[in-house]
Design a binder for this molecule. Structure first.
Ligand code: SF4
Ligand code: SF4
Length: 441
């Protein structure tokens, strides 16, 4: 299924405002230095500044399916008046899954849900909480106009216009946006919207996608990354060296669209309370602490090895070569000591770190400069969108610039094809010592 529709900025925000009457609409919102996905009201959306609405979120949208903290079960026990040793217990498992539109994420964010779907929805034990919200959510993704210096979706099988995980993919073109309907869910969302046919803009969309792909740093040779990372499992010196600066703060995992660990706690009394699921992080020392006092991952190096290996070795080994990193770069941007997963992966593969440009060149290549809207959304927040855009949201603060955003490659550089992960199982990856407690993923 694929059809193209055209919407002006005003039509797009008007459509979202209309959807807000029957859906929870999650869209990026500036909050201090952060941009996070929040429920937006019809009034907010109707008057939203489209540039503000399309800012790249600093936090991933995984909370749409996996809230930071949720009640799994409530329990209430009543003692028998005659025999207090007898209890009558009532359990309730509320699942909150209202119809939701997740608007304005990027292709890597949408691909992140494809990563999460496998552990949460495949196999013997399916997660009904995640599953209900996934079912109730329609994902409307914006194709990236250009890459940030921290983006590397092209290393892990993605592109700035990847459709995987999205129900609708929209692309900025002259005067507005072209919406590509990808799934039936997406089709249902645009029924009755009144958008014009945009078949005649297919070439413009393709050019915008090509320009965005060209603005990425080229991908290195990673065809054997799964085996190479696995082969580092016992190389303690390697992980010690790569992790020496790490503060174990967990920012890289909390902001990641694919990190999926949680912990479970009970609160209340023995007779009346609830069981909660909350995000947890494998980068923190207590994550794997067992009741006995034994900790299978006591050092920073152990934990980093697990994080990187999960993304580039364990997960692809289990799921047919699909990486569990989508190259969004949030961990790169947010790490307080500037640890860069790209350097670690490359070092694991080649035994040496690579140079990744972290500053925009003085002059952008012609392909990027000509890309419709490419420079508008990422590199120059002060540039206004087409004239029909509504007034800016009064409460929204100016977006802080990310360091050296949207670094454009030298003109001769082209985005390299995504590396193919190896599908054969690595031979040297021990597993038993990396298992977390049963309550955690
Ligand atoms: S590991 Fe880093 S780059 Fe990869 S998906 Fe997570 S936050 Fe994004
Ligand atoms: S964000 Fe950086 S310092 Fe914090 S746990 Fe991750 S790698 Fe370590």
């Amino acid at each position: 299924m694929s059809s193209l529709l055209f919407a002006t900025p005003k039509e797009l925000t008007g459509w979202l405002a209309g959807l807000a009457s029957g859906h929870r609409v999650l869209a990026p919102r500036q909050e201090g230095p952060s941009v996070v996905f929040r429920p937006r009201t019809a009034e907010e959306l109707a008057s939203a500044d489209i540039d503000a609405l399309l800012r790249r979120a600093t936090a991933s949208p995984k909370q749409a399916m996996l809230p930071q903290c949720e009640t799994l079960v409530t329990f209430k026990s009543v003692k028998d008046a005659e025999d207090p040793s007898k209890l009558t217990t009532t359990l309730e498992a509320p699942i909150e899954a209202e119809p939701t539109v997740l608007f304005g994420g990027r292709p890597c964010d949408a691909r992140g849900f494809v990563v999460l779907d496998r552990p949460y929805l495949e196999g013997k034990f399916k997660d009904p909480y995640y599953g209900a919200r996934r079912e109730a959510t329609t994902i409307v993704t914006q194709a990236c106009p250009s890459a940030f210096y921290s983006c590397f979706c092209n290393w892990v099988g993605g592109t700035p216009s990847d459709r995987e995980g999205s129900d609708i993919l929209f692309t900025a073109v002259e005067g507005g946006f072209v919406l590509e309907v990808v799934t039936e869910k997406g089709q249902a969302l645009v029924e009755g919207a009144g958008f014009a046919d945009a078949s005649d803009k297919a070439a413009e969309v393709e050019a915008a996608h090509a320009a965005a792909a060209a603005s990425l740093n080229p991908a290195p040779e990673l065809s054997h990354v799964m085996e190479k990372v696995a082969s580092r499992f016992t190389d303690t010196a390697f992980w010690d060296k790569e992790t020496v600066k790490c503060l174990s703060c967990g920012a890289c995992t909390y902001l990641c669209p694919t990190c999926q660990c949680f912990t479970i706690t009970d609160e209340g009394s023995q007779l009346d309370g609830r069981r909660l699921r909350s995000w947890d992080s494998c980068m923190t020392p207590l994550f794997t602490m067992e009741t006995s006092g034994h900790n299978p991952r006591p050092s920073k190096a152990d934990r980093m090895r697990n994080r990187v290996s999960h993304k580039f070795s364990f997960y692809p080994e289990r799921y047919n070569g699909f990486f569990s990193c989508v190259g969004c770069g949030r961990c790169v941007v947010s790490c307080p000591v500037s640890l860069d997963i790209r350097h670690m992966v490359q070092a694991a593969v080649e035994g040496a770190t690579i140079e990744i440009k972290d500053e925009a060149p003085a002059k952008a290549p012609a392909a990027v400069a000509e890309a419709p809207e490419a420079k508008v959304r990422e590199a120059a927040p002060e540039v206004k969108v087409p004239a029909e855009a509504a007034a800016p949201e009064p409460a929204v603060e100016a977006a802080p610039a990310e360091p050296a955003e949207a670094a454009a490659p030298a003109a001769a550089e082209k985005a390299a094809p995504a590396p193919k992960a190896q599908k054969s199982a690595p031979k040297t990856a021990p597993k038993s010592s990396t298992r977390s407690k049963a309550k955690k993923r």
